[in-house]
Design a protein around this ligand. Structure first.
Ligand code: 4AD
Ligand code: MG
Length: 418
């Protein structure tokens, strides 16, 4: 005998039988088939209930599973916990597909539907898998401040705030702090929000997004970081495929197994490939969104869904990436998934003098970074890491068209509620 709870998402009458579908955290609806003549008492409780009522029932699995829509139970008791006081503003049965705007506004309600909820169950699974991978590989979970005095990813996307007598910012990335911690931790990770004042509405940007951030010391080169990144992503995909079969099925997603090593494409090779396809690209700047997408199509033809672009030019990167001897290229990489950057990372500059010079070279004032620079004085080992965008990963895994589908409450240019 189980006690199962949820909301009525659908009711239908077939002759003398009342079919009630209930969804809580379950991936397939619980289905009760109540007969007017046989189940008099339960029928009289359920019959007047509106869609949206919150109920629990006690029951056992039906010996004969007749419903194709869910798992049938034989109930012995139904308890009503709450009734809607108004008709629901959205169709939680999912018969009428809601527009994205409506889905964003009412996600907290629409998630009663297993299809909408599946995305967020998988999201939880992605983080669970990541933590499992890190635990198995000697990484310690840390938390760094989200109110900060300096940004790491460029002034244009900093959200400023008043911190008593002085200015402060919302953290764009744990970059500076995770590097400082490599003064005392060998390997760390953080699951963290990124706050970025992205001014444009795109299908790939949020103003509050989440990242899985990694930093790893005692490395022999950027290859060590590439391996951590590809092994982590492969682990997450395997974990989701193995543990979220029902959710993938309701979403109609087939997650093929992708085995590392993923293709490593040099930045200069990417430029050549794109130019040979007639795409205009600069040798000195980051790839445009259009170029990134086109490269995704070219790589897909070669059966590469996930691939690295390595060796970005110094003119395109943040100050903290290690430069190659030539001074032109860096040890920065992107990990792209079906034509979208899902992670950036690389080997860092850990040599004090070079780092100060790098700040100056990027037009930043080393004095503003003193707290950070100090960490490079006392034996910090060669290190590197990356930041993996949770929503971007989900978007590509689940073939979502808009990043807003991958987060429960959206913060973008126009949304600050709900
Ligand atoms: O590429 P980004 O800016 O790199 C960093 O933050 C570095 N500190 C990482 C490092 O360790 N070197 O951000 C990392 C990832 C991006 O690849 C993207 O997936 C995601 O975070 N991301 C965003 N996702 C949605 N909306 C935004 N505005 C995002 N900004 C970054
Ligand atoms: Mg990036």
């Amino acid at each position: 005998m189980s006690r199962l709870c949820g909301w009525i998402i659908r009711k239908a009458r077939v002759g003398k039988v009342l079919i009630v579908e209930i969804c809580g955290n379950n991936s397939k609806p619980y289905v009760l088939a109540l007969r007017e003549d046989r189940d008099k008492e339960l029928y009289s409780i359920a019959e007047p209930l509106d869609i949206g009522s919150a109920i629990c029932f006690e029951g056992t699995l039906a010996p004969e599973q007749k419903s194709r829509r869910g798992t049938e139970y034989v109930a012995t008791k139904i308890e009503v916990y709450s009734k809607p006081i108004e008709p629901l503003p959205v169709d939680i049965a999912g018969k009428v597909p809601a527009l994205l705007d409506t889905r964003i506004k009412y996600r907290w309600l629409l998630a009663r539907n297993p299809v909408e909820k599946a995305i967020f169950k998988i999201r939880a699974g992605v983080l669970k898998a990541a933590r499992e991978y890190f635990e198995k590989n000697g990484f310690i979970e840390v938390q760094t401040p989200k109110i900060v005095a300096a940004g790491a990813e460029g002034g244009a996307t900093l959200f400023k705030l008043q911190y008593f007598e002085r200015d402060a910012y919302l953290s764009q990335s744990p970059q500076l702090y995770k590097q400082m911690l490599i003064s005392s931790f060998e390997r760390i990770y953080e699951i963290t929000p990124y706050f970025r004042a992205e001014k444009f509405n795109t299908t790939r940007h949020l103003n509050e997004s989440w990242g899985i951030d990694v930093e790893q010391g005692f490395i022999n080169g950027v290859e060590d970081i590439l391996q951590t990144a590809e092994n982590l992503v492969a682990y997450i995909l395997d974990y989701v495929r193995a543990n979220y079969k029902d959710e993938l099925e309701v979403l109609g997603v087939d997650l093929p197994k992708l085995t590392p090593p993923f293709k490593r494409l040099k930045f200069t090779e990417a430029v050549d490939i794109l130019r040979s396809e007639g795409v205009e690209v600069s040798e000195l700047e980051d790839l445009s969104d259009a170029a990134e997408k086109k490269l995704g199509e070219i790589m897909a033809e070669k059966k590469h869904e996930l691939y690295f672009i390595v060796g970005f030019p110094w003119t395109s990167t943040a100050f903290y990436y290690m430069r190659e001897e030539d001074g032109v290229y860096t040890r920065k990489f992107d990990l792209d998934y079906k034509g979208l950057e899902i992670a950036s990372g690389g080997q860092r500059e850990h040599r004090y003098r070079n780092l100060v010079e790098a700040l100056r070279n990027k037009g930043l004032n080393p004095e503003d970074f003193e707290f950070y620079l100090e960490a490079f004085k006392y034996g910090i080992p060669p290190h590197g890491g990356f930041g993996l965008g949770v929503e971007r990963l989900l978007m590509k895994m689940l073939n979502l068209e808009n990043i807003r589908e991958a987060i429960l409450f959206v913060r973008d240019r126009t949304r600050i509620v709900p």
